[in-house]
Design a protein around this ligand. Structure first.
Ligand code: PLP
Length: 417
């Protein structure tokens, strides 16, 4: 049988294998749809809230409504949701610089933080203006070899200067399990019991609206993420959010503009409707992405590759990792996926350096919004285990087409060797 017929047959079998998982995804998605709709109703969104402001953006009630909706959906007292927050890293940096002062200590309890945060913290590179250059101390507790948290080491690492504990919900570019909401709850209880004053910060990137609860619902103090990932629903053209305890969100807002100005300014321009429509659609788009990830997981597992998570594993983020074993297959996967994109399908991805990332990275992203990883995309640093991390997709069918195209390209490299 040729590669394409083999894949078509396998694809049908995979759909049958995973249909019960699709049902679970739909159940969670329904809960999140209801949560979002209730917030729209509670804050009485009207036609005139769909327009944006200009200049300083003083007294923009449409902006307030959007932020109230985020606060409600994400279980925080207050939210900062702005198009002028340019990325997830920016939103996270606002939280770190807003809360931490010279002499304070930041503690990561899952080993290395996400690549771009290393330069923010100052553990890699020498970027002027890092936390380290301001006298904020940083320590990290490594994960156990099995990928679990090292509770004894966390207990030892906590001290009275530990102003903030940093948690990452999704796996990022690491071959390790994600941290689900019940895991976050355990951490919050563990830390708060010992040091109630320590701020628990969660990098929520890729985790939004996957489970029926969010980090603030289980006691996290401050949470941040990107609008061109899950909560923008594939519609938001730019932006980031911070949500959590009101005093802490205010500190992040003072960092975002200037102390004293905080969140009182910020024009919503021509894209305000898209941010509202984005969060409205987000529960559905996240579910489509998840179904696509589950399909990819089972397909590549059946093709003999190591995948994480397994198709039937509990999920808290939309990322699917596939270990391909060598650089050629990573490149083939990304090229196959790219060729099934709506934009730039003719472009051939090449590994290259990226600002904020240490190793060369290969990326496939034929998206309407530049870099939007809630749209189908795949990327990974060229380093063992040569894993691609794929995520997103505006419809499960488009993900399926992309994944089948990627699989075909990978199988062709096998044939050549
Ligand atoms: C995407 C992401 C970020 C931020 O990335 P940006 O590219 O700056 O938006 C941070 N942490 C994790 C875990 C992420 O997935």
């Amino acid at each position: 049988m040729d590669i394409r017929s083999k894949l078509a047959k396998l694809s049908e079998e995979v759909e049958a294998d995973v249909s019960h998982i699709y049902q679970q995804i739909e159940m969670n998605s329904f809960i999140n749809h209801e949560k979002v709709l209730n917030a729209f109703k509670e804050f009485r969104v009207s036609d005139f809230h769909l327009k944006g402001s200009t200049g300083y953006g003083y007294g923009d009630t449409s902006r307030e409504i959007l932020e109230n909706i985020y606060a409600r959906v994400f279980g925080g007292e207050k939210a900062l949701v702005r198009g002028q927050i340019v990325s997830g890293t920016h939103a996270i940096a606002l939280c770190l610089f807003g809360v931490l002062e010279p002499g304070d200590e930041l503690l990561s309890i899952q080993g290395n933080p996400y690549d771009t945060l290393e330069e923010v913290i100052g553990t890699r590179g020498n970027a002027p203006g890092s936390l380290k250059s301001y006298g904020v101390k940083y320590r990290q507790v490594e994960l156990l070899p099995c990928g679990e948290l090292d509770w004894d080491a966390i207990e030892r690492a906590l001290n009275h200067n530990t102003k903030m504990v940093m948690i990452q919900r999704s796996r990022g570019y690491a071959w390790r399990p994600s941290l689900n909401i019940s895991g976050i709850k355990k951490i919050v209880q563990f830390i708060k019991k010992r040091q109630p004053e320590t701020v628990i910060f969660v990098d929520n990137c890729y985790g939004e609206l996957v489970e029926p609860k969010e980090p603030c619902d289980v006691g996290a103090d401050l949470v941040a993420g990107s609008l061109i990932k899950n909560p923008g629903g594939g519609i938001a053209p730019t932006g980031g959010y911070v949500v959590g305890r009101a005093d802490l969100v205010k500190r992040a807002a003072n960092r975002w503009t200037a102390p004293g100005i905080g969140d009182e300014v910020g024009p919503t321009l021509d894209y305000h409707r898209l941010l509202l429509q984005g969060i409205f659609l987000a529960p559905h788009i996240v579910a489509e992405s998840l179904k696509g990830a589950v399909f990819a997981s089972r397909l590549f597992q059946r093709l003999g590759y190591e995948v994480s998570p397994q198709y039937d594993e509990y999920r808290t983020d939309i990322i699917q990792a596939v270990a391909l074993g060598n650089a050629d297959k990573m490149i083939a996967f990304c090229r196959g996926l790219q060729s099934a994109s709506p934009v730039d399908s003719h472009v051939l991805p090449e590994p290259d350096g990226m600002p904020g990332y240490e190793d060369a990275v290969i990326m496939a992203a034929g998206t309407f919004i530049q870099g939007a990883s809630i749209e189908l995309s795949a990327d990974g640093p060229i380093r063992p285990p040569y894993a691609v991390y794929m995520q997103g997709g505006l419809s499960k069918e488009y993900v399926k087409l992309g994944v089948l195209s990627a699989a075909e390209a990978v199988l062709k490299t096998e044939k050549n060797n």
